[in-house]
Unconditional design. Structure first.
Length: 284
């Protein structure tokens, strides 16, 4: 905070938009969590290389250009640090980034593994993570900010008030999950304004959400390869495999472009463009 706050103020002063500044703040926060006890000013070029490799492995579902933005934010931050005399040398300078055309292939989680993950749940939040991460296809940030008031038990839907690009959408809940969600809210005595995923009465971090999914994978004997975003990609593929029209899957995921949805889907069957099945009743 000692250096990130004035850096972000500097960006605002030279004309960066609030949205871009929020994005860069998030990138810096992600890096500071990763370096743990090390200070930002104590980072070396070796740390930056290790972090980039970590991004390539941990966020393999992302495009290279998205991963590169994390590093470009750090490069800009350390350029600012050099400018104001906080460090003598930019540790990012020597790093060679991968080209945008290079992508790591992504595979959905097969339905049998999904079933095993559900059966392996011990703690309520683990099952909720699957219900909303897989069953509803929510992004990590959407899971993190999900509140009780966003869940309409009687209508069997969950609403995302401000998804990516501030888009609002409604997603059907599977009937078999509704009673579980209802009992969880009652048992925890949650108010309508409370976050569904909480840790010691505070909003839970995305890091802890990811950690829960990794724990589930280890519990069924898998290496912790799959990420929260794999859950989202998997439900997209499984819905289309079950005959749901891809336009409906596009709405389900909250994508602006049909092409983006098509990129999410890894099929074993032909994509359906017409006569869609009812969304939310065909999920595995």
């Amino acid at each position: 905070m000692k250096y990130t706050t004035p850096f972000l103020s500097y960006l605002r002063a030279i004309g960066y938009t609030n949205q871009t500044i929020r994005s860069k703040r998030g990138n810096l926060h992600h890096f500071t969590k990763w370096i743990a006890d090390k200070t930002l000013l104590g980072v070396t070029d070796k740390d930056i290389k290790k972090y980039y490799q970590y991004l390539l492995e941990e966020k393999s579902y992302c495009k290279i250009r998205t991963l590169n933005k994390y590093i470009l934010t750090l490069n800009q931050f350390y350029d600012w640090c050099c400018l104001f005399g906080h460090v003598q040398q930019n540790p990012v300078g020597a790093l060679v980034l991968l080209k945008n055309t290079m992508k790591t292939p992504r595979k959905p989680i097969d339905t049998e593994t999904i079933k095993q993950l559900y059966k392996a749940c011990i703690y309520p939040t683990e099952r909720l993570l699957l219900i909303f991460g897989y069953g509803c296809g929510l992004r990590a940030a959407e899971l993190q900010h999900l509140k009780v008031k966003d869940i309409y038990i009687e209508k069997a839907i969950v609403t995302v008030e401000s998804g990516k690009f501030n888009k609002k959408r409604s997603i059907p809940l599977q009937y078999k999950h509704i009673e579980y969600i209802k009992n969880y809210i009652l048992h925890k005595n949650l108010k309508t304004t409370d976050y569904l995923f909480r840790y010691e009465n505070q909003i839970i971090s995305q890091y802890l959400l990811r950690k829960e999914l990794k724990t589930l994978q280890k519990r069924i004997g898998l290496p912790p390869y799959f990420t929260l975003h794999h859950l989202r990609h998997s439900i997209a593929s499984h819905l289309v495999d079950n005959g749901v029209a891809i336009q409906l899957v596009q709405q389900f995921l909250g994508h602006s472009s049909l092409e983006t949805t098509q990129n999410y889907v890894t099929l074993t069957k032909t994509i359906s463009y017409g006569s869609p099945k009812t969304m939310g009743r065909t999920t595995p």
